[in-house]
Write a protein that binds this ligand. Structure first.
Ligand code: KIV
Length: 271
């Protein structure tokens, strides 16, 4: 008989309850089975299979090149590694903007082929029709406002967004539009902390920030950044919890030395 312990899974309702009780939501990205297993076992609330996979896994300069098939590959690997957390998957660039039918079929493919629990989409009023259509299929949608990397060629830079009153006003309106449409949560990326806090207070759904200060309902970081694997990326909002890049380099140099000196393998490491 299996004695596997039943864990209480995190759902979109759990996140809503966390907002109401004031418990902060912790979210990290993951793109593969092994990393997802470790992050889930550590007790994370949400794993985001971000299209940042395009940068940190594939080495592209932007998130634009990653495809729906590639996102499904990453997402299904993550889903196989988790027991407890909610898994949200980015709809990649070009699979939902401007055509709500295509948006729905992209979201359905992610849910069917990866087993994930929700999708995330960048944008506000301009993608409302796509959000509406996806929601009619019962697929939970997380919004994403502020710095939206899929629009990098429109912005031209990765600097802080919505510093000016006009853009801040539009962002606040967009957050309300996403809430009214039925999104279960919103990510706010790289905007002034006072604006993010205002948004979190103005909407009843959980607001999760990255570079958006502490007045929101939760935080998200790209795991490769917080582990110190991506060493060249150092924005002000990033706290590094490990120096894995350095530690891995040291481990590899030691391994090379041991192989060259025939120290590895020793007698106990062979048959
Ligand atoms: O793709 C991603 O990792 C993201 C986070 C930065 C929120 O969208």
């Amino acid at each position: 008989m299996s004695i596997q312990k039943k864990v209480k899974r995190v759902t979109t309702s759990t996140l809503q309850e966390m907002k109401m009780s004031g418990e902060k939501i912790a979210m990290l990205t993951a793109y593969d089975f092994s990393m997802a297993t470790v992050i889930d076992m550590a007790g994370i609330d949400v794993i985001l299979v971000g299209d940042s996979a395009s940068n940190v896994m594939a080495g592209h300069e932007t998130t634009l090149p990653i495809t729906l098939d590639q996102m499904i590959y990453h997402a299904s690997s993550v889903v196989r590694g988790v027991n407890r957390c909610l898994v949200v998957v980015d709809l990649p660039f070009g699979t939902y903007q401007g055509n709500s039918k295509e948006a729905l079929s992209s979201a359905i493919r992610i849910m069917k082929e990866s087993g994930a629990h929700a999708v995330k989409m960048e944008g506000g009023r301009e993608i409302k029709e796509s959000i509406d259509r996806i929601l009619t299929a019962g697929i939970p949608v997380m919004g994403h406002l502020g710095l939206t990397p899929q629009s990098i060629y429109k912005f031209g830079t990765y600097v802080v967004r919505a510093r000016e009153e006009e853009e801040a006003k539009l962002l606040l309106e967009d957050a309300k539009i996403l809430e009214e449409a039925g999104c279960f949560s919103i990510v706010l990326e790289k905007i002034p902390a006072h604006l993010a806090e205002q948004v979190a207070q103005a909407v009843s759904i959980p607001v999760i920030g990255i570079g958006a200060g502490s007045g929101v309902d939760g935080q998200v970081l790209v795991s490769h950044d917080m582990f110190g694997i991506t060493q060249e990326f150092s924005p002000r909002f990033l706290r590094r919890y490990l120096d894995m890049g350095d530690q891995m380099k040291q481990a590899v140099s030691q391994y090379i030395k041991d192989v060259k000196s025939t120290d590895f393998p020793n007698e106990n490491e062979q048959y």
